[in-house]
Design a protein around this ligand. Structure first.
Ligand SMILES: [Zn+2]
Ligand SMILES: [Zn+2]
Length: 163
């Protein structure tokens, strides 16, 4: 998404846009089939632009344990500072753009929001029981007899010795 900055007024400017997620070549893009709602606030102070970008969409994740897909609201906000010309502030936290820039492309920042906020573990629910390692049954839906039958081979030997 490209924001024309030349004519932005000082202070807060607001934008809202609904865009197809495929515009952003998102990481693990299969998780984000729906469009993205972008709410953008740009606080301008001369040549310093403070962007606050809220990204909302419905993520369709695949559970790490049971492999079922589930919906999850993705609502995240990221801030990013751009400065035209040069900056006296810490340059790690501020992106410097050429003095005569007429627009700012925030696509990378939107893309990064998905990397930074990707849940470490994808779980359909906290206590998802997952799949049985033996027969593959989804233990949230059905139970199986594998666990009861499963005996550590070392204990099996021990049992024989005790007989
Ligand atoms: Zn699950
Ligand atoms: Zn089983």
């Amino acid at each position: 998404m490209i924001i024309a900055i030349k004519d932005l007024s000082e202070g807060i400017n607001e934008f809202e846009q609904i865009v197809p997620s495929e515009n952003y070549k998102l990481p693990e893009s299969e998780f984000y089939p729906n469009s993205l709602t972008l709410k953008i606030f740009v606080d301008r102070l001369e040549n310093l632009f403070r962007f606050k970008i809220s990204v909302s969409t419905d993520a369709v994740f695949s559970c790490d344990r049971c492999l079922e897909t589930y919906k999850h609201g993705f609502n995240e906000t990221i801030e990013h500072l751009y400065q035209l010309g040069h900056s006296e502030l810490d340059s790690d936290e501020i992106e410097i753009l050429p003095e005569n820039s007429k627009e700012i492309d925030i696509s990378q920042t939107i893309h990064d929001t998905f990397i930074l906020n990707r849940p470490i573990q994808l779980l359909c629910k906290k206590d998802c029981k997952g799949l049985c390692v033996n027969c593959g049954v989804n233990l949230n839906k059905k139970s199986c007899n594998c666990q009861q039958d499963e005996i550590d081979p070392r204990f099996e030997k021990l049992k024989l010795l005790l007989k």
